[in-house]
Ligand binder design. Sequence first.
Ligand code: SF4
Length: 467
Amino acid sequence: MPTFYIEQFGCRATQADGAAIERQLREQGCQLASHSHAADVVVLNTCTVTAAADTQARDAIRKLHAANPSTRIIVTGCYAQRAPEELAILPGVSFVVGNSHKPQIPNLLQSISLMPPVGAQHAAPHLAPLPQISGSHDIAKILTGDIFDLSEVLVAPVLGGEGNHTRPTLKIQDGCNARCSFCVIPFVRGKSRSLPPEKVVAEIQRLADSGYREIVLSGINLGAYGRDFSPRVAFFDLLRRILDETPVERLRVSSIEPLDVSLSFIDLIASSERLAPHFHMPLQSASDRILAAMHRWYRAEHYARRVELIHERLPHAAIGADVITGFPGETEADHAATLRFIAERPFTYLHVFSYSQRPGTKAVALPNRVPGSVIKRRARELRALAETKSAEFRAAQIGRTLRVLTLRRDPKDDPSLTPALSENYLSVQLPLRLPPNQLLAASVTRTEGKNLCALPLEPVLAASAAG
Ligand code: SF4
């Protein structure tokens, strides 16, 4: 069997898909190479959320091929689903596999092992060849289909169990039934679908049994979890079931739409130390006019109410948001409204995105595009504000006791320190050498750059299996 390597791009959900592919390939007997240059086959798992993500994927393919022209490249993920022809013509690419056909990647590795060397004619008789396009290389085979036909979440969607991370991500939901006017995701991931609750519980049990202390639940639109079942299953009920039926010590919800953050959801998080007090709610804009043009279904006041409720019950919770700047028609007044909204509320971090036109989305046809230089300046202003808010939040932690999970040390890091992550999503440095995957109480003494410095308050346990 050929050796393989997976190059990951994009969000946690896409990365969880990559981890699932890795697991399937290992189960089939393929060996993971230490680096892309050493692999017979590289699976490039792409994102297409912005034009920059597309460029990054094409550049990565060119680099891979230049570094090792004999490597077979399989391109998959959201870009492969959206525009397979753009990728199929790139040198070195053997297959372009859309999200609709991801489960077939293990079979492709088998067929690749039977193929003649690169440069000879490809032989995959079950696939229709594309018309030849002029150039010196073969043209890749494309496998894509109607993404809206997909009804199952990718099998075994765990990121971390195989990827050697300390905090595995379990993807429990895929696709989206909303149609935000800027967003290409529903067209590349299909309709919303969920992993059945018993499978979620079994996966979490398996991860907890392997020694993992913190598990991150992710999805494309997590609050839509279970609405595809009959009878429906509420995400809230799933969380309760996980707490009741598994021993997981810390569960973190990766991102959830603001209207899915109900009072009972906030109360549930506030009621259990096993649920991380961390709310990541996409805001996108605080101008109601722009929210309407984006086809977002809440207005600034609805979002503000959620933030208030969270802050009342959990004053030290992490509250993060995605913000898009430069959406068509966004005026200086709209931008100022977003800045003001954020400045006045206890956000602890922001992810700022510059609007990027995505083919096939409604926003493409909107007039009054914002010039690139204006988008850049607005993004800078939002990021500066985000940094001020984050610094204030960090400073407010001095003297508090946080429950931190020690992380794997990067070889470049100071060997006398141990990085850790707090329940409220802050980077912490502990002044001693500890193995990863220890969950312990630590007292915050000061801030240093973007980190907190803290002293452990309890004896350190032996490294667990996952460490
Ligand atoms: S909720 Fe909107 S932004 Fe999020 S994935 Fe669905 S369409 Fe895209």
